[in-house]
Design a protein around this ligand. Structure first.
Ligand SMILES: Cc1cc2nc3c(=O)[nH]c(=O)nc-3n(C[C@H](O)[C@H](O)[C@H](O)COP(=O)(O)O)c2cc1C
Length: 192
């Protein structure tokens, strides 16, 4: 069987982002597990704020179509996003909104998410590690009928979490990352 393909999407564009750093650590774990892993930046898929009039006038933007096709080309997706005001950033929600408007030939809008395995993670300097954002994101993706795996990762005190070689320091954090990655691979393998 061909290697499982996993797409990793950080939900921050910020230089020095804790979530980009956590996404990079997840990419390392996935690569160690012999997964074919791709990390993208939402900065390469700039999108206007969703507006139905704009969609009626100009159609779904090409970046949304390309992002949807990237998701569709992978067996599973890991979203690693900051928490903003107890929920997810507009960048992430807007990308999901546009992706659910894409229907390639023979598809219905949003079909790309249905049944597709997703893992979700968040990193924050706070004690809760973005866990409220994960609750919101799980609800949204489940509403899109994605298969959101039970294991997730909320990395607390993210500014202190790494050693000088960018590896997670705490055994509990390493275990949480590995358990999430392993479960995503297992579910993606089963649903392939
Ligand atoms: C508008 C805004 C709202 C935020 N709200 C929260 C929050 O509710 N919970 C939290 O833990 N951190 C919150 N933060 C802090 C972010 O977790 C912090 O900026 C984090 O570093 C952003 O992720 P990044 O490093 O990947 O860019 C907020 C930051 C911003 C800019």
């Amino acid at each position: 069987m061909s290697a499982i393909k996993i797409l990793v999407i950080p939900g921050s564009l910020r230089t020095g982002s804790h979530n980009v750093r956590l996404a990079a650590a997840a990419v390392d774990e996935l690569a160690r597990a012999d997964v074919d892993v791709t990390r993208l930046s939402l900065g390469d898929y700039p999108l206007p704020i969703y507006d139905g009039d704009l969609e009626d006038k100009s159609g779904v933007p090409l970046h949304a179509i390309n992002l949807k096709r990237m998701i569709g080309a992978h067996d599973g997706v890991l979203l690693v996003t900051p928490e903003y005001n107890s929920s997810l950033p507009a960048l992430v929600k807007n990308a999901i909104d546009w992706v659910t408007r894409v229907a390639d030939s023979g598809e219905t809008p949003g079909e790309v998410l249905r049944g597709r395995p997703f893992a979700i993670a968040s990193a924050s300097e706070g004690r809760l590690g973005g866990s409220r954002c994960l609750a919101a994101l799980r609800l949204i993706l489940s509403g899109c009928r994605a298969t959101v795996i039970p294991n997730q990762m909320a990395l607390s005190f993210a500014h202190e979490a790494y050693d000088d070689r960018d590896r997670l320091k705490l055994p509990a954090d390493k275990t949480a990352l590995w358990d999430m990655v392993r479960q995503l691979i297992d579910v993606a393998q089963r649903m392939k």
